[in-house]
Design a protein around this ligand. Sequence first.
Ligand code: ZN
Length: 196
Amino acid sequence: MVAKGKAIASSVWGRAWCLNLERYSHYMGRLPQGRTLLRRGAVSSLQITAGRVIALVEDERSHEVTLRVQACSEERWGMLQERCGDTVDSLLDLLQGRISASVMAVMTDFDNGLFPEPSELRCVCTCIDDADLCKHAAAALYGVAVAFDAQPELLFMLRQVDAGALVKADMTGAAAGTLDEGALEGIFGFELDVDL
Ligand SMILES: [Zn+2]
């Protein structure tokens, strides 16, 4: 896994992930080293599943990094959907970042957006560095941004939310009867006032 261009990530979601990392000053010590490792191709594998990233980082020896990312809370996800409103036309547009500046601002809001805060991230590495974030974990975190370039849907999977819920057409599909009312209330985060 390597960063292709000058920036680590080139996609909207990948860049937003990097910006989210870089806003936390206590990460700053290791982030540049993480970027260097990634650029050297040290992240030899990276798997993203719901709430978890497992990466292998080669740095003299092989280190396994596990990143645990808390699920976006139902309350937060409901709020994000409300704030995005009815403006995302398709899942493809959403994943490729073809969304309005206002939707992007909602999603990347530092306090109430989709990206995890440090308290929602736990990094464990097999190295002996006892910093909150070792350089291997930093490399893995940047590797996540590169993965989002290729598969932006992984961001939503990592946060354990259904990206389709932000899309107009999918909302219609859901209301057409594929989910029961209780499930829909969970997704939309407010009480439904429609006949299903
Ligand atoms: Zn480490």
